[in-house]
Ligand binder design. Structure first.
Ligand SMILES: [Cu+2]
Length: 381
């Protein structure tokens, strides 16, 4: 029989078949990945958390976060937390005090940290010593006014609510007892944030896993208060009188003070946040009622998740980031230089005249590859 002559050699044909097989395998893998990516529109739940293991999360005062794993090891759980409403008078600036409504006694309230698909089981207590009806609206939850309809408690009552954290990100929560009481309670300090981490942890702009060394939680609070003829904040005797006064003052849309974490000096001087050169610090910033803009002087947001939502690819290299009222943002920065950094609202009038300023004290060795002073100040030559 006559030998058939192939147009290409058997070796080349073999190489081409191998290439085709590899390509097919890559396409197959890519299609598998696509088919397993579920749209946010197609989320499905099973069960209501009744059969999941329960853990208690101890709340801590801001700017700190409770203990948590960045990458989940154990699967979905019910995370039990307790908030006790405390109505109290605090000093918001030297010599100036106001009645604030708080979750667990701090402005903002404590941060809750869970992973996506965990349930949060909140016990909300409103002691008989309080004067007002309170509740909580979790922006991280789904339905029933964010839980507000199901958590309304009068003084002397407590209530328990369980909801699923279906969406990863940082989210605001706040009291929302109805009508004008909503902005009055929110601007009297009754707000905070929750962080829902992806179960596998955070990812950088290239989709690679990242961890952080520290996390801080900074909330700007817009306060509205009457002032006397000398420009001093009026001292108010009772929570009810405070509600009336705040309700009137807030109509101006002109805040009296805009401190971070409840009062002037909450995050400066001896209360400053701390880090070391080389630390990657996650900053969660929020404002429950009013737009603001955060800035770290001398640093950046290496990574910035607008609206604080971790399912989106983070932006890089931001100098200032927005926090629309009623939301939170997340940024991650690796400190390269030591020093005392100002962390502020970059409406600089709000920072320096209204108190929207914090500090981060960073220890370590100066790196002159980033910056150095070539000549000290001298008389002009
Ligand atoms: Cu309230």
């Amino acid at each position: 029989m006559k030998n058939l002559k192939f147009p290409i050699s058997k070796k080349k044909l073999g190489n081409r078949i191998t290439t085709l097989l590899v390509l097919s395998f890559v396409i197959f893998l890519a299609s598998c990945k696509n088919s397993s990516s579920t749209s946010v529109l197609d989320q499905k739940n099973d069960g209501d958390g009744d059969n999941l293991p329960k853990v208690t999360q101890e709340m801590v005062a801001p700017p700190l976060l409770p203990k948590f794993d960045q990458v989940d090891k154990d699967g979905p759980r019910v995370v039990q937390v307790t908030f006790t409403v405390i109505e109290k008078k605090i000093e918001i600036a030297p010599g100036d005090s106001m009645w604030v409504f708080t979750f667990n006694g701090t402005v903002p309230g404590p941060m809750i940290v869970v992973h996506q698909d965990d349930y949060i089981e909140l016990t909300l207590k409103n002691p008989i010593t309080n004067t007002q009806t309170h509740n909580i609206d979790f922006h991280a939850s789904t339905g029933a006014m964010g839980g507000g309809e199901l958590t309304l408690v009068n003084p002397g009552q407590e209530v328990k609510l369980r909801f699923k954290a279906t969406r990863p990100g940082v989210f605001v929560y706040h009291c929302a007892p109805g009508g004008r009481m909503v902005p009055i309670h929110v601007t009297s300090g009754m707000n905070g944030a929750i962080m829902v981490l992806p179960r596998e942890g955070l990812k950088d702009e290239n989709g690679n896993p990242i961890t952080f060394d520290k996390a801080y939680y900074i909330v700007q609070q817009d306060y509205y208060l009457p002032k006397d003829k000398d420009g001093k904040i009026v001292n108010i005797a009772t929570p009810q009188q405070s509600i009336e006064a705040v309700g009137e003052a807030m109509k101006s849309l002109q805040p009296t003070l805009l401190p971070f974490n409840g009062h002037l000096g909450a995050l400066t001087g001896k209360n400053a946040m701390t880090a070391k050169v080389g630390d990657k610090v996650l900053f969660i910033t929020a404002e429950a009622n009013r737009d603001t803009r955060m800035h770290l002087i001398g640093g950046h947001a290496d990574l910035y998740w607008p609206g604080g939502k971790f399912n989106n690819k983070p932006f890089t290299d931001f100098e200032t980031w927005e926090v629309p009222g009623g939301s939170a943002a997340a940024t991650l920065y690796k400190f390269r230089e030591p020093g005392t950094y100002a962390f502020l609202d970059h409406n600089l009038i709000e920072a320096f005249d209204y108190g929207a300023i914090a500090q981060v004290k960073v220890e370590g060795k100066w790196d002159s590859t980033y910056m150095k002073q070539i000549e000290k100040p001298t008389a002009i030559k």
